[in-house]
Design a protein around this ligand. Structure first.
Ligand SMILES: Nc1ncnc2c1ncn2[C@@H]1O[C@H](COP(=O)(O)OP(=O)(O)O)[C@@H](O)[C@H]1O
Ligand SMILES: [Mg+2]
Length: 213
C-alpha cells in the first residue's frame, strides 16, 4: 500500500510553495497518526534549510519528518520510494521548471497551487494548472499571504473561478507567524498554537487531505 504524494507547485517564485509545503507537512505529522516525508526538488534548497533549522531546534530524531532531496528524473523515483513507507509525501518544487515539475507531478494524487492575490500570480497559475492537467492530476488552488480587507482578493477569487481547478475554502493570511516560524524550522502550530496562522493552517491541512484522492 502506497502513501499519498502531494506536490506543491506554482510557476511563479515567491508565491509560498516552500512555506505551504513545510507547514502542511508539520500539520499532518503533528496529528501523530501519519508518517510524513518531505521531498525538496528545488535546487535552491530552501526547504532543506528549513529542515536543518528544524533538526537544530528539535534534534535529528525529533523532527517528526523524513527529508530527502532529488532532481530531474530522480524526483519521480524518490517520491515513489518515500511513498512506500510513508503515509504522505509532500514535494516542494522550483519555479519556472518544466522537467522538475513534470517529474514531481507525475505520481501525485494532488497538486496544491499557492496563489498570492496579485495579477502576476494569476497568470502563472494558469500554466501550473495546465501542467497538472497534462499529467491528469487534480489541482487545488490556495490563496496565500492574503491581506486583511483587500478588494484585490475578491477580484482574484472571481478571476480564479474561471480556472478548471477548485479554490480551497481555507486561506493563509499574510502573517508574521509564517515567516518567523519558517526561520526556526517550525510551523505556527508549534510556535503560536492559538493564533490565527495556526487556525488557518489546521483548516487548510484538513481540507487538502479531504480533497486528495
Ligand atoms: N502566508 C504567509 N505570511 C507571511 N509570509 C509568507 C507567507 N507565505 C510566504 N511568506 C514569505 O514569502 C516569502 C516567499 O515564500 P516561499 O514559501 O519561499 O515562496 P516560494 O517557495 O514559492 O518561492 C518568504 O519570505 C516567506 O517567509
Ligand atoms: Mg521555494
Amino acid at each position: 500500500m502506497a502513501g499519498r504524494i502531494i506536490t506543491v507547485a506554482q510557476q511563479k517564485g515567491g508565491s509560498g510553495k516552500t512555506t505551504v509545503a513545510a507547514n502542511l507537512a508539520v500539520a499532518w505529522a503533528l496529528s501523530g497518526r501519519r508518517s510524513v516525508a518531505v521531498l525538496d526538488v528545488d535546487p535552491q534548497g530552501s526547504l532543506g534549510e528549513w529542515f536543518e533549522r528544524r533538526e537544530e531546534r528539535l534534534g535529528e530524531d525529533a523532527t517528526g519528518l523524513s527529508f530527502r532531496t532529488a532532481s530531474g528524473w530522480g524526483a519521480k523515483r524518490e517520491a515513489r520510494a518515500l511513498a512506500r513507507d510513508h503515509d504522505i509525501v509532500v514535494i516542494d518544487t522550483p519555479p519556472h521548471a518544466d522537467l522538475e515539475l513534470r517529474n514531481a507531478i507525475e505520481n501525485a494524487s494532488l497538486v496544491v497551487v499557492p496563489v498570492q492575490p496579485s495579477p502576476a500570480d494569476l497568470w502563472a497559475t494558469e500554466a501550473t494548472i495546465e501542467a497538472a492537467e497534462k499529467e491528469r492530476v487534480a489541482a487545488l488552488m490556495v490563496l496565500n499571504r492574503v491581506p486583511p480587507r483587500a478588494r484585490l482578493t475578491d477580484e482574484m477569487v472571481a478571476a480564479l473561478g474561471e480556472f478548471e481547478a477548485p479554490l480551497a475554502r481555507a486561506r493563509l493570511g499574510n502573517r508574521v507567524a509564517f515567516s518567523e516560524g519558517f526561520k526556526l524550522g517550525a510551523s505556527p502550530l508549534e510556535t503560536r498554537k492559538t493564533g490565527p496562522a495556526a487556525e488557518e493552517l489546521a483548516a487548510l491541512a484538513k481540507e487538502v487531505l479531504a480533497v486528495a484522492p
